[in-house]
Design a protein around this ligand. Structure first.
Ligand code: SF4
Length: 330
């Protein structure tokens, strides 16, 4: 198996996709648009999903007064001489849950920035109203022309690089199992996810599905069922997130009472490998580890060493001859 297109890794990572599509690495700037979530503001609940931190799963977002200021602050962190391009990640809380004109303004602000290649909008599948879908369609027409430029990279080779900006939607599904969904207080049934995916497919907006591995009381088979189900929908991307127990969450209370155990490194690595083997090679893998803020991470503590987790994963996949899509029908 030749992994040249995947930059030598045995799976189709986001970095490989960006390099192959845009000719360079893009850097993510997480922003907090000051929105809330129906699981927080009382519409569905006030305590949020059982694992969600106070920052609405957006703890790395640059805080600031406006989205423009946050983008400016994020861009300034990088070396401008290199001419970096960025993905603006609307990460904290539910980023399609707000006044439609406000959403239009912040997404347009981000897409209009000269150094921004595209935006990624984290949301819940039950927060894609017809108005939001209409707005996404409009912005897609305005900003995302799909022309392709051929760039020479050596005397003999060239790559096709996409021009125009992109809009991605990130859907927090976590699991397909209704019992787990109730336990984590997700607040919507699987049919809502199916509906959201269809709406996004209809307007041609790529989506990334978030899945949590290691949710309490889920077996390996249940997690693989979630992977296969999501994979069958042909998403643009999948984010595999290790369950993190964070301070000030209800999950932390249950963990401290001994109600469940978290995964150890070895079990997680084996699980991720099986997941990757069941995902089509075309699907872009946006994450294979947890990425929680260390200062509020209670467990599993080994996940704080991201480099070690990734190195172990890559080494083990090489030893086993494992690769993304190994068990998928072509
Ligand atoms: S939907 Fe997202 S932001 Fe809202 S409570 Fe759940 S994890 Fe937190």
């Amino acid at each position: 198996m030749d992994f040249t297109n995947w930059l030598g890794k045995p799976y189709n990572s986001l970095n490989a996709y960006l390099k192959n599509t845009y000719g360079e690495k893009l850097y993510k700037i997480a922003v907090d648009a000051g929105l809330t979530c129906p699981n927080r503001d009382g519409k569905l609940g006030t305590r949020g999903c059982i694992f969600c931190s106070k920052g609405g799963s957006g703890d790395f977002a640059v805080k600031g007064k406006s989205v423009t200021e946050q983008i400016k602050a994020g861009v300034e962190k990088f070396d401008k001489k290199i001419g970096n391009k960025f993905i603006i990640y609307f990460q904290a809380f539910t980023n399609t849950y707000g006044d439609i004109e406000y959403l239009r303004r912040i997404w347009t602000e981000a897409l209009s920035h000269k150094d921004v290649a595209g935006i990624s909008i984290a949301t819940r599948p039950d927060c894609l109203s017809d108005e939001v879908i209409g707005l996404l369609r409009e912005l897609k027409i305005e900003f995302c022309s799909s022309s392709v430029k051929n760039i020479p990279v050596s005397e003999t080779d060239s790559i096709d690089v996409a021009e125009g900006k992109f809009i991605w939607i990130e859907l927090g599904l976590q699991t397909i199992h209704e019992k787990t969904a109730e336990y984590i207080r997700r607040g919507y049934p699987l049919a809502v996810y199916d509906d959201a995916v269809k709406k996004l497919d209809d307007i041609g907006i790529p989506y990334i599905t978030h899945i949590i591995l290691g949710l309490p009381f889920e077996t390996k088979d249940m997690m693989l069922e979630t992977i296969r189900y999501v994979n069958s929908k042909k998403p643009f991307g999948i984010k595999l997130q290790l369950l993190h127990v964070l301070e000030d969450t209800d999950l932390a209370d249950e963990y401290r009472c001994g109600m469940f155990e978290v995964l150890d490194l070895e079990s997680y690595i084996s699980l991720v490998i099986e997941c990757l083997e069941n995902i089509n090679p075309e699907v872009v893998i946006h994450r294979v580890t947890g990425d929680g803020p260390k200062k509020i991470l209670i467990a599993p503590t080994w996940s704080g060493d991201k480099k070690k987790v990734l190195n172990t994963l890559h080494k083990r996949m090489k030893e086993l001859g494992a690769y993304q899509g190994k068990f998928c029908k072509r």
